[in-house]
Design a protein around this ligand. Structure first.
Ligand code: FPP
Length: 239
């Protein structure tokens, strides 16, 4: 959700006004994702690197997040959206942790649409935490090093119960991942747009999804292999 600061500065407004507009934008995108049948939507709301920003901006972002959780809970309940988080959320301010706990608790039984907030998230920290976690499991006899492969390791990432992303969208013209889901995005399609996040509405989101549907996802295979829908060796049934 990049470009909030620039959106505000371009208008002679304080940066936090851009964040405020950015938050207002979230509801429309979540609803649009639901309309399109997208089951998992992850928003990169606060990275581990974002703690380096001025205290005033960090405090304002935490206040916005807190208010968002309090004001959106009714919409999430109405639309049956399950809220999850990834990241070191134990290091967020108490009031935010409390608000998160409330929403997560009340929406945990919904299975149709999941909104994931990446909060105090960093992919490198996630990898370190997973290694520590796995090592502890090996030491306590719950895991076996010989069985370590991608699937067992992925089970120790913050995203253990989430699918890999199919599409990553970054707004504001930057064309980097900035420590976001680095391992999980191995085969994700990338959509970069110059539009700043506060201006990135449902129409723009649909364009990104249309881009995704036009991609040929080969996962290391040849184009011929993935385009062939019916294996020639198998009989075609029900004709
Ligand atoms: C990037 O814009 C945006 C962020 C670092 C924060 C996004 C977080 C929120 C809008 C708050 C709460 C989130 C939710 C989901 C309710 P930037 O400040 O880096 O913009 P710039 O690159 O133009 O300076």
């Amino acid at each position: 959700m990049d470009g909030n600061g620039r959106w505000a500065v371009n208008r002679g407004l304080p940066r936090i006004e851009g964040h405020r507009r950015g938050v207002q934008n979230v509801r429309g995108i979540v609803e649009c994702a639901g309309d399109l049948g997208i089951q998992y939507l992850t928003l990169y709301a606060f990275s581990v690197e974002n703690w380096q920003r001025p205290d005033t901006e960090i405090n304002a972002l935490m206040n916005l997040l807190n208010r968002f959780l309090k004001s959106e809970i009714s919409t999430l309940l109405k639309n049956q959206v399950c809220l999850k988080t990834i990241g070191r959320t134990d290091r967020l301010p108490e009031k935010v942790r409390h608000a998160l706990h409330e929403v997560i608790d009340q929406t945990s039984h919904f299975s149709g649409q999941t909104l994931v907030l990446a909060l105090n998230y960093g992919a490198r920290d996630e990898a370190i935490d997973a290694v520590k976690n796995y090592t502890e499991a090996v030491q306590s006899g719950q895991a076996n090093l010989d069985e370590l492969d991608w699937s067992t390791f992925a089970g120790h990432l913050y995203t253990a119960d989430l699918p890999d992303p199919d599409l990553i969208i970054r707004t504001s013209g930057e064309t980097r991942l900035s420590n976001f889901l680095l391992l999980q995005s191995a085969y994700a399609e990338m959509f970069f747009t110059p539009i700043l996040w506060p201006d990135f509405g449902p129409g723009e989101f649909r364009e990104a999804v249309d881009f995704y549907w036009k991609r040929e996802r080969r996962f290391g295979k040849t184009g011929d292999q993935v385009q062939r829908k019916t294996p020639t060796s198998e009989p075609v049934l029900n004709q």
